[in-house]
Design a protein around this ligand. Structure first.
Ligand code: ATP
Ligand code: MG
Length: 411
């Protein structure tokens, strides 16, 4: 679990701000749900035989012996809330987004942590393939807006309750014939959750399943048609994508369209965003039979990808350098007036030499330094230094707030 230090927070806030901005363009509204839920919610939605539920959840009993779990993902809690508050009664189409910490007991490594953060979106109530394309378009728009361009959109369809069992059976049969080549985990999971074998990161398993049957060859006509339309809509929007029939996703609730934004920049942690359709989930959780589609992005991975292009904190507009007690008091009061006018104003609170104060102004990268001493107080004129070009000019103390506002406006 990481501390997010001020040097990184600008990037975090930028990524969050852009999510608020972009998602609202598409009519999504923010929802905030608790970080703990009843354990049962995740077992029922994500699935008992998934990695998350089998070995990654932080689960504990509270003082009344209720089993609670720190949320490992956001979709199930959002659906729980949607159902509990009957949001479908307010509007048959709900477009929601969320951001916040998630918890998974995984082996920590670059891009994989035990407390990590997701920004996610869910569109509920529309099964039209246009909605799939709209959600993918919003995701692509977000990546463009935050300036992350070395990603590829992978799409797949996992079928529905009708056709998935057939694929599952075909895959189980295929895996049976090469069990000896699979890792111990896959030898176990090939029966409980065979699709997960395709997702195994062990190279030998990938090699052994190279020519596994493709889910796309076994879709029923409804799913096949849905997927064809999604692809057509993506083309209409000129969104590039790659079909990846091996992408199975690690959560059981997915149906039909699934997708990932992948990068080759983060080693084996190559998915920066992932999602899909979950047409049976809301009903499964006791709500109305409404379809849904959504995704979640891993914020730590976005931050890693921003890498060198870290977002810089804003520089102070003006640093007030004061010499002597009277000037110090004057500067102190002026600083607050400037702050109330939305200017970033700073000073050194202790009686430092002018040289030390200038050093501090330089360290903070202040745009201007206002120099104020006994002489300036008496004459009613301070000195203003432009820290970018080193020039210095007198500035009247009378009306200085407006003058500084004008000078710094647009910074
Ligand atoms: P992976 O295959 O990398 O384990 P996942 O399929 O478990 O990912 P999802 O549950 O779909 O991931 O979560 C969506 C996104 O959240 C991922 O694409 C990733 O960016 C991020 N994510 C998931 N788990 C972690 C983690 N432990 N630490 C950091 N980010 C994570
Ligand atoms: Mg995972």
């Amino acid at each position: 679990m990481n501390d997010i230090l001020p040097s990184d927070v600008e990037t975090w806030q930028f990524l969050e701000r852009e999510a608020h901005r972009i998602f609202k363009l598409y009519g999504f509204a923010e929802i905030r749900v608790p970080v703990v839920e009843k354990t049962e919610l995740f077992c029922r939605s994500i699935g008992e035989t998934t990695d998350i539920v089998e070995k990654e959840m932080y689960t504990f009993d509270d003082r009344s012996s209720n089993s609670l779990t720190l949320r490992p993902e956001g979709t199930a809690p959002v659906m729980r809330s949607f159902i509990e508050h009957k949001l479908h009664a307010l509007d048959p189409v709900s477009k929601l987004y969320y951001m916040g910490p998630m918890f998974r007991y995984e082996r920590p490594q670059k891009g994989r942590y035990r407390q990590f953060h997701q920004i996610g979106a869910e569109a509920i109530g529309v099964d039209d393939p246009m909605m799939d394309a709209q959600v993918l378009a919003m995701l692509c728009h977000y990546f463009d807006a935050v300036g992350i361009d070395n990603v590829e959109l992978h799409v797949n369809s996992l079928g529905c309750q009708e056709c998935r069992p057939q694929y599952r059976q075909a895959l189980t049969g295929y895996l049976e014939s090469r069990l000896d080549k699979l890792c111990a985990d896959c030898q176990r999971r090939y029966q409980t959750n065979p699709l997960r074998v395709l997702d195994c990161k062990v190279p030998a398993c990938q090699e052994a399943t190279k020519d596994a049957p493709s889910v796309l060859d076994l879709l029923c006509s409804g799913c096949n048609d849905h997927f064809a339309q999604v692809r057509q809509h993506l083309q209409e929007l000129q969104i590039d994508y790659t079909i990846n029939a091996r992408m199975v996703r690690g959560l059981d609730y997915y149906t039909k369209t699934t997708f990932e934004m992948v990068t080759n920049q983060l080693g084996s942690q190559n998915a920066v965003a992932a999602g899909g359709r979950y047409d049976g989930l809301i009903k499964e959780l006791g709500g109305p039979a409404l379809p849904g589609i959504g995704f979640a992005m891993g914020v730590e991975r976005l931050v890693l990808m921003k890498g060198e292009q870290q977002v810089q904190p804003p520089r102070p507009d003006v640093f007030l350098a004061a010499l002597g007690e009277a000037a110090g008091q004057k500067a102190f009061a002026l600083m607050y007036r400037l702050q109330r006018l939305d200017l970033r104003a700073e000073m050194a609170f202790t009686g430092k030499s002018l040289k030390a104060q200038m050093r501090r102004a330089g360290k903070l990268n202040a745009r201007y330094v206002l120099m104020l001493g006994e002489e300036e107080l008496a004459s009613g004129q301070a000195q203003l230094r432009d820290m970018d070009n080193g020039s210095q000019e007198p500035i009247a103390l009378e009306g200085i707030e407006q003058a500084l506002l004008e000078k710094t406006r647009g910074n």
